[in-house]
Design a protein around this ligand. Structure first.
Ligand SMILES: [Cu+2]
Length: 323
């Protein structure tokens, strides 16, 4: 029945609009994993979610949920991907410093080390995400490590650096646990909701700030969150006018790509002539803070563009040029 499916679509549309207006509605995106199954096992498996996002993938949270976990020697921690935005679970070799993220370095992007950890060696999950993104065509959705030595072990996401770290506190076998998995799920959910809420507020504020004029903000970076959208994603200008695309500060790499998407790595650099754009291929390359990408539209029409890195998360926009 076409009438019924239209109604359903309308209801879905209302739900997604509500999710945008009422940030509290995103709580459902954090899927709790309760595990009481470990009661009869000698060693427990503990669950940590990697990242979080709103259902439309517009706002992403950069956090390990929970950030801290207390386990005993012999226990396993099981990390699960929870966002399209990629992350890693990486224990550095003691005495080494956190490297800058390099997507071409396979010791960063691919799994390194055995499935147990005693605090001595570089151990890395490789890229984890819920779906392919950019050059990461086959990201891991889960990662397990068994902890074989006591100690407090800090780990990082190599993609997001010091902003995203977690800690596994490993105590001698038999030490009573201070918290249950249910406690960790609750703490993780609250943290995820707080970060996503902050992202939705920042997005709404940016929408107001960009309500008029000929500029488009490309993504938002905040403390523990990012908004993977063009703000605003639909603009209307007169022929001959210029639209300025800009990033407000350092953060996730974004592009403004009209026409056909160039292959990697060419898409990371600029191509085409933004001073007279009348359709076809035009690419900003990765946008840098303080270096806006100005496109002058010389032809009427509706011109669709994408972020070549985050289009899979819905980061797309268009410019309508009128006489
Ligand atoms: Cu992007």
């Amino acid at each position: 029945m076409p009438g019924k499916s239209l109604l359903r679509r309308l209801i879905l549309a209302v739900i997604s609009v509500t999710a945008l207006i009422l940030p509290v509605a995103v709580g459902s995106s954090a899927s709790a994993s309760t595990s009481e199954h470990a009661t009869w096992h000698r060693h427990h498996t503990w669950h940590v979610r990697v990242g979080a996002e709103t259902p439309d993938m517009a706002v992403t949270a950069m956090a390990f949920l929970p950030k801290n976990i207390w386990v005993d020697v012999g226990d396993t921690v099981h990390w699960t991907s929870n966002s399209a935005e990629p992350h890693t679970v990486t224990f550095l070799k003691p005495g080494t410093s956190l490297p800058a993220f390099d997507p071409s370095n396979t010791t960063q992007t691919q799994r390194q080390g055995p499935s147990s950890y005693n605090g001595t060696a570089y151990t890395n999950s490789g890229i984890m995400a819920t779906q392919p993104i950019f050059t990461f065509t086959n990201p891991a959705t889960s990662y397990r490590l068994r902890f074989t030595a006591a100690g407090d072990f800090t780990y990082y996401c190599l993609v997001h650096g010091v902003m995203m770290k977690g800690r596994v506190h490993v105590r001698p076998a038999g030490t009573p646990y201070p918290y249950t998995q249910r406690d960790y799920d609750r703490v993780g959910n609250h943290h995820a909701q707080a970060l996503l809420h902050n992202g939705l507020i920042a997005w709404r504020q940016a929408l107001h700030a960009q309500a008029t004029g000929h500029s488009v903000r490309v993504g938002i970076e905040g403390e523990g969150f990012a908004v993977m959208r063009f703000i605003r994603s639909h603009v209307v200008v007169h022929r001959g006018h210029t639209v300025r695309f800009f990033v407000a500060g350092p953060g996730a790499p974004h592009t403004v790509t009209f026409g056909q998407e160039p292959p990697i790595p060419a898409v990371l650099g600029p191509s085409g002539d933004p001073t007279h754009y009348a359709g076809g291929n035009l690419n900003s390359g990765v946008l840098q803070p303080g270096k806006p990408f100005d496109v002058t539209f010389t032809k009427t029409g509706r011109f669709h563009y994408i972020c070549a890195i985050h289009d899979g998360m819905g980061m797309v926009g268009d410019v309508t040029v009128v006489r």
